[in-house]
Design a binder for this molecule. Structure first.
Ligand code: ARG
Length: 472
């Protein structure tokens, strides 16, 4: 049971209640074990509200000062881990208010003037999401910085690009990794877009219909760094679509991290042997002494499941809710906190694993050197000689089958041999299938030719710098 006496608790509920809450219900409905993560936002909201009450004359200046001082002290205690949260007081809002009352006495009773926990929690959450979105952007920027550094080292590292996990066409490793730069850039953009929508203050919406008191919503909005008060009090207390957006952006970013992680798992296997994950980012087996396991990327891949689950959880909580506030909405918090923490952790360890990764360039090149990977180039050589593509595709298909049946190396076929399949072949396979040439010929915008990749690296660095400047 709670540490607070019954009196304190029932007083917060007011005179309506004659019985204390059943202990099972108390435990069932309490959220303070997790919503204490909102403490600093709750205090900021309360301080802004108290100051506004002073400004409008709803509460005397002297009382406001005592309230604000009391809230600041509580904030310091929470930050220092000295604050005893009490399950019996349900949530962070009641914990703070009840402690304030214990500490400063009667003036505490004026803090909740014109306010409901409904607009209070919506405000807390909006403030929380602004910071969580910024933190996600910062984590993504950090990871993209590491990715760019590693990509710069590997402009001339060539590996097979894959489709269907079958070797498809050779690419530069820098090009491969820059694909993730694009994904993670869009991920950061999603968090930035969300922040632009977190610009309205719910405070002053009351339980659902505002207040009869002359509150100054513009004042509290300004104090909390919002552009203005929210436009509809019912929307303010009932909606959680910004939380959904956060969870969605987090789930998408986690899926991208998961794909990247999955490649590290594959690439570090003996079958691929493309990379070695640093000891600091691997673990051993308790049984097999030879093992070094890619647990870090595996966990990142696994944790993407939580992020997806968290999004689905909140979507499901919201879908059948009538306006406005329903207690179901309390279920928004754990998914949000979990996704924020999971994404933050995964961004950090992914950056670390990538920064310390050893790339086995010769293994990659060996895998990319199979002339079969350039069968498309043979077909395109014919197209350049004015052969229709479908015909060229057919011819090269036959060539490939011929090599397979007769155990021949496609790259070893002479000009003569090629001409046996089509008279338009302009040279022998050794010339048409040279790896460097094949890479250099892929020079369209977005391609893997050396200059294109260099340009892409420079352009990516510029975008990252611009973003960082905007944030500064
Ligand atoms: N702990 C609650 C939540 O997270 C705060 C709002 C409670 N409001 C209410 N009317 N019971 O949603």
């Amino acid at each position: 049971m709670s540490g607070k006496d019954e009196q304190t608790r029932t007083k917060l509920w007011g005179g309506r209640f004659q019985q204390a809450t059943d202990p099972t219900v108390e435990r069932f409905s309490a959220s303070v074990a997790f919503d204490q993560a909102l403490a600093r936002y709750d205090l900021r909201g309360s301080i802004a509200h108290a100051r506004m009450l002073g400004k409008t004359g709803l509460v005397e200046a002297a009382d406001v000062d005592v309230i604000v001082k009391g809230l600041e002290d509580i904030g310091a205690d929470i930050e220092a881990g000295r604050f005893a949260f009490d399950d019996g007081l349900e949530d962070i809002h009641m914990n703070v208010e009840s402690t304030l009352r214990e500490r400063i006495g009667p003036p505490a009773g004026r803090l909740h003037t014109g306010r409901s926990r409904n607009d209070q929690v919506a405000t807390d959450l909006t403030l929380y999401l602004r910071d969580a979105a910024s933190a996600a952007e910062a984590g993504l920027a950090q990871l993209r910085g590491v990715l760019l550094e590693r990509a710069r080292e590997h402009v001339d590292t060539v590996l097979p690009g894959y489709t269907h996990l079958q070797r498809a066409q050779p690419v530069r490793l820098a090009h491969h990794w820059l694909a993730y730069f694009e994904m993670w850039t869009r991920d950061a953009g999603r968090f930035r877009d969300l922040r632009a929508r977190l610009d309205r203050s719910p405070l002053g919406s009351g339980a659902l219909a505002g207040s009869t008191l002359p509150l100054d919503r513009v004042d509290t909005a300004e104090r909390l760094g919002f552009e203005g008060p929210s436009r509809n009090s019912m929307d303010s207390v009932a909606s959680r679509d910004c939380a959904l957006e956060f969870l969605s952006a987090a789930a998408i970013a986690m899926v991208h991290l998961s794909r990247f992680a999955d490649e590290l798992v594959l690439w570090s296997s003996s079958e691929f042997g493309f990379v070695t994950i640093a000891d600091a980012y691997s673990t051993g087996s308790s049984l097999m002494p030879q093992k070094k396991n890619p647990d870090v990327p595996e966990l990142v891949r696994g944790k993407s499941g939580r992020a997806i689950g968290n999004l689905v959880t909140l979507l499901t909580v919201l879908k059948g809710l009538p306006l406005t506030y329903n207690r179901d909405l309390q279920e928004d918090k754990e998914p949000i906190f979990d996704s924020a923490r999971t994404l933050g952790d995964c961004l950090e360890v992914s950056a670390g694993a990538l920064a310390t990764l050893t790339v086995k360039t010769s293994r990659m090149r060996e895998a990319a050197s199979d002339p079969m990977l350039l069968a498309t180039d043979l077909a395109e050589a014919l197209v350049r000689e004015d052969v229709p593509f479908r015909e060229a595709h057919e011819v090269v298909g036959k060539l490939v089958a011929h090599c397979e049946t007769n155990d021949l190396d496609l790259g070893g076929l002479s000009h003569e041999a090629l001409r046996g399949f089509h008279s338009a072949f302009p040279a022998g396979a050794d010339e048409l299938l040279a790896l460097e040439r094949a890479l250099e010929e892929r020079a369209l915008p977005g391609g893997t030719a050396r200059n294109r990749v260099q340009e892409a690296l420079a352009e990516a660095a510029e975008r990252l710098d611009e973003e960082r400047e905007e944030e500064a």
